[in-house]
Design a protein around this ligand. Structure first.
Ligand SMILES: *Cc1c(COP(=O)(O)O)cnc(C)c1O
Length: 412
């Protein structure tokens, strides 16, 4: 399998060696270090081919059959295929696949349902809420009045009693669930019930788990939420981008919230790549993949716990794990640097109710590479070995190199 047609064609190398060098450098970095960033994955060569296709040239404002530009007859088909595949994959009456990113999808969901100044209830940022869930640095915090719920100090689980109590007190116009760091399944039925009780819309920001949903390894928010926002590039393994899923009665509002309200021309190469990814996600192989992602995360979490790191909520139901490395003598920020030097790439994150930062890691990318539970146990031991100073950076890099060479993301 070739990596990307562009790199392989050598066109870039001949015309622009400087950029070709940079692109190959990044490919080398991705394939010689261990990718544990929970939001990342390796897209297939087919997805990369669609991304690098001439559909990138096409202007297509509007929707299939109703565009503001000529010559859209082919890209219209591509978008219809993407929409139909998304609807079938998630059992949704309507799908919008034009959002340029997960954040754009959230913006569009708010635009479809809310007015500036409305009250919105969402997971507080210290507990894993996304920037678009009310950060003062983001449009959401400036244009809406966000109230944050939290997680239980003991268990790390969402405090559903607090969700209900805050909803009753503040009567929000919308209730949002979804997180950048929550490792457990979310009780969508309960959010629906609370939203109905107070007359709020329920928006599920499923940016992280949507790929697990596609593979049947996590509950589907579509039957419960008014609007589901998602990314296509995390566990779902598609191109960088967003999408929205909803019932037919909100379809027009959602579409108009994406274009013309918050975006211009659709990126047709990305939409074609999303269609390819949805096609891959509908295969039995992807179901196996999604379940393996979770099995791997469970083993990795258990391994880290056995090494003395404190695993938030005691484990995981998903691809995502957050840990406090402090018992090993380092906080998340220092640990991330030490692990990067050892060839292990991951993020630090806020820890609920902690004063130091933790580490966030995920198994989507390593599972795409074909690694299984055995490799996860090895990674947990190596990670702890580095943080304890038992394994020096050079030896760790060698071990990582041996591992990723045996599980090359883009063989050949
Ligand atoms: C990743 C993520 C987003 C944003 O996705 P981008 O494509 O980076 O804009 C939004 N919400 C949640 C919960 C996320 O995890």
């Amino acid at each position: 399998m070739s990596v990307t047609p562009v790199l392989e064609a050598d066109v870039l190398r001949r015309q622009d060696p400087e950029l070709a060098e940079i692109l190959l450098g990044e490919l080398t970095r991705q394939s010689t270090t261990l990718q544990l960033v929970a939001a990342e994955n390796f897209t297939s060569p087919a997805v990369l081919a669609a991304l690098g296709s001439p559909l990138a040239n096409k202007y297509a404002e509007g929707y299939p059959g109703a565009r503001h530009h000529g010559g859209c007859e082919i890209v219209d088909v591509a978008e219809r295929v993407a929409v139909d595949r998304a609807k079938a994959l998630f059992g949704a009456e309507h799908a919008n696949v034009q959002s340029h990113s997960g954040s754009s999808a959230v913006l569009a969901a708010y635009a479809a349902l809310l007015r500036p100044g409305d009250t919105v209830l969402a997971l507080g940022l210290p507990y894993g809420g996304h920037l678009t869930h009310g950060s003062p640095a983001n449009f959401s915090g400036r244009w809406f009045d966000f109230v944050g719920y939290g997680v239980d100090a003991e268990t790390g689980l969402i405090d559903y009693d607090q969700v209900r109590a805050l909803a009753r007190t503040h009567r929000p116009k919308a209730i949002v669930c979804g997180s950048i760091a929550y490792p457990r399944h979310i009780d969508y039925a309960l959010f629906r019930e609370v939203a109905d009780e107070v007359g709020a819309y329920f928006i599920a920001d499923a940016a992280h788990p949507i790929g697990l949903v596609a593979g049947g390894a996590a509950p589907n928010p579509v039957p419960y939420a008014d609007v589901v926002c998602a990314t296509t590039h995390k566990v779902l393994r598609g191109p960088r981008g967003g999408m929205l899923l909803c019932g037919s009665e909100l379809a027009e509002r959602v579409d108009r919230a994406v274009f013309p309200f918050t975006q211009g021309g659709a990126q047709m190469n990305t939409i074609a790549a999303k269609a390819v990814a949805f096609g891959e996600a509908a295969t039995p192989a992807f179901t196996v993949y999604a379940h393996q992602v979770v099995a791997n995360a469970r083993v990795l979490a258990a391994g880290l716990a056995a090494e003395g790191l404190v695993v938030t909520t005691g484990g995981t139901d998903t691809h995502l794990i957050t840990v406090d490395p402090m018992p090993l003598g380092v906080d998340g920020r220092v640990a991330r640097g030490q692990l990067a030097a050892a060839g292990m790439v991951l993020d630090c994150c806020a820890l609920p109710h902690g004063d130091t930062r933790g580490l966030r890691l995920g198994t989507a990318a390593v599972t795409t590479q074909g690694m299984g539970e055995g490799e996860m146990a090895g990674i947990a031991a190596l990670l702890a070995g580095v943080l304890r100073g038992r394994v020096d950076a050079k030896r760790a890099r060698d071990e990582v190199r041996e591992l990723v060479d045996a599980f090359a993301p883009y063989p050949g």
